[in-house]
Design a protein around this ligand. Structure first.
Ligand SMILES: Cc1cc2nc3c(=O)[nH]c(=O)nc-3n(C[C@H](O)[C@H](O)[C@H](O)COP(=O)(O)OP(=O)(O)OC[C@H]3O[C@@H](n4cnc5c(N)ncnc54)[C@H](O)[C@@H]3O)c2cc1C
Length: 456
């Protein structure tokens, strides 16, 4: 790189350019997963679309890959890479809500916490992640699973348009009526097609929800999982929630003598009429004795930040994932073998329901292909001590090896590890070839390859 081209970059960027010799480089290259230790060529803290265009042009001129970072939550650390140009969108978290039209526009680096705060002021929401610090960008581009998915679909199903900076530096609008192929691809295809500088979402009336976590004894876990499998088939779509293996954190609603023990928790969320919430969750009270619970009416924003403290930035992460069509007895047995061995309070396994509204979108209507799967499982290994990497990674791998043969071949790209790149075709099933075709059209040189990569 010539000094002239770096100087020119600094002159043109309105945000900040951080290079290896600059103060703050170590801070700028850090992502959420502390296991990731990469040395990018430059981190460009963008403050607007023009900065993003400049950053992409600089990367292309210098034949460098682009790593896009929004919330920085990518478990494989796709928000950075050695010798890459990092397009850091953390300075782009502005929101605009049109309550009449029930639309929200979010800049490319917005987190779900910021998003939910803005929309909740109008009693509105859309499907987002269950932790408030996760980015709207990465989550939506991969699909987007959350409490509201059964009722209103995946996050990407609620995307109405997007502004995208493509590899050739163009600023394109993508929607059902403009650049439809691009719009199709970014709804599930991840960050392969460009940098999304603005997302526009459809919103739905959701203010208060009725829900929260319920803890069951391990000996009742099989009963609860079998109940969940049957209940969720035709449960009202206002019901969202998922079972989770969870070591009891030291919270006041859990008996003190049980802190530190593993449980099967069920995180419930009733987003229908509040006065029907108690009745809707009754089956969860009847299925097995409850050890502890924190269930009641609360703002949707409260549930979406309730577990943030369990997953602070700076943990070690290793995750695996599969879609599941049927949660068979055999699969439940595998969960019962590995789940109770969850090693630390931060780690968990969630079995998210993705039926209801997610099934009403055709498998080829968006890039997200698994519209016939009923569940998305994530085995999320998260632990503080790098000295424990081997043991924790082994727990994830053993769990995965036991459940993968009882699951679909593909999994949700946002829950996958860096060593899952050989599963890309399976993750997209019948949509893969079309994704390759669109990738060739918009990014033939694979400038955007720091992701679950669709090769042109
Ligand atoms: C604690 C935690 C909780 C999670 N909970 C959920 C959940 O409830 N539901 C769910 O579906 N997923 C969840 N995930 C997974 C999450 O969807 C992925 O980690 C996702 O990649 C995070 O997006 P991000 O913007 O924070 O990540 P980043 O690391 O910033 O980005 C990840 C990748 O996404 C792409 N990307 C991000 N923003 C843009 C953009 N504006 N334009 C183009 N490409 C972009 C890039 O390829 C980038 O490399 C969770 C992850 C974590 C760590």
């Amino acid at each position: 790189m010539t000094t002239a081209s770096v100087d020119r970059l600094r002159d043109r960027i309105q945000g900040e350019v951080v290079m290896p010799n600059d103060q703050g480089y170590d801070d700028a290259r850090r992502v959420y997963n502390a296991m990731i230790d990469r040395r990018p060529h430059v981190v460009i803290r963008c403050v607007g679309t023009e900065d993003v265009v400049t950053a992409v042009e600089y990367a292309r001129a210098n034949l460098l890959p682009v790593a896009v970072r929004g919330g920085a939550h990518s478990v494989p650390g796709f928000g950075t890479a050695d010798d890459a140009v990092v397009v850091d969108l953390a300075g782009m978290r502005q929101m605009a809500v049109d309550p009449e039209a029930r639309l929200a526009r979010a800049k490319g680096g917005t987190t779900w916490g910021v998003f939910n705060e803005a929309t909740s002021r109008h009693g509105l929401a859309t499907t987002g992640g269950v932790i408030s610090t996760t980015g709207v960008g990465g989550l939506t581009l991969g699909g987007g699973i959350g409490y509201l998915a059964r009722g209103v679909g995946l996050s990407c199903d609620n995307l109405s348009s997007a502004e995208v900076v493509t590899a050739d530096g163009r600023i394109l609008q993508a929607s059902e009526s403009e650049n439809e192929d691009l719009f199709w691809a970014i709804r599930g295809g991840g960050g392969n097609f460009g940098v999304v500088t603005e997302f526009e979402f459809r919103l739905h009336p959701v203010a208060e929800i009725y829900g929260g976590p319920i803890f069951y004894e391990l000996e009742d876990a099989g009963t609860v999982l079998r109940f969940y499998r049957d209940f969720i088939k035709d449960a009202p779509e206002s019901f969202g929630g998922f079972p989770a293996w969870q070591i009891a954190p030291p919270l006041p609603f859990i008996p003190e003598e049980r802190h530190g023990e593993p449980f099967l928790a069920f995180v419930t969320c009733w987003a229908g009429p509040l006065d029907e919430g108690e009745k809707a969750l009754e089956p969860f009270r009847e299925v097995a004795p409850i050890v502890a619970e924190h269930v009641g009416p609360m703002p949707y924003t409260a549930l979406n930040s309730a577990f943030d403290a369990l997953v602070p930035a700076g943990l070690q992460h290793y995750w695996k994932a599969n879609f599941v069509a049927e949660l068979t007895d055999e699969a439940i047995e595998a969960h019962l073998t590995h789940g109770p061995q969850v090693p630390v309070v931060n780690s968990t396994v969630h079995i998210y329901p993705i039926n209801g509204a997610c099934h009403r979108v055709a498998a080829d209507a968006t890039a997200f292909a698994y519209r016939d799967a009923n569940f998305a499982t994530v085995i999320a290994g998260m632990w503080p001590d790098p000295a424990e990497n081997e043991a924790n990674t082994k727990w994830v791998r053993d769990y995965y090896e036991a459940t993968a043969p009882l699951s679909e071949e593909g999994g949700y790209i946002n829950f996958m590890a860096a060593d899952d790149q050989d599963r890309i075709r399976a993750n997209y099933k019948g949509n893969y070839d079309r994704l390759v075709e669109i990738k060739r059209r918009y990014d033939p040189e694979n400038v955007f390859r720091v992701n679950q990569n669709i090769k042109p």
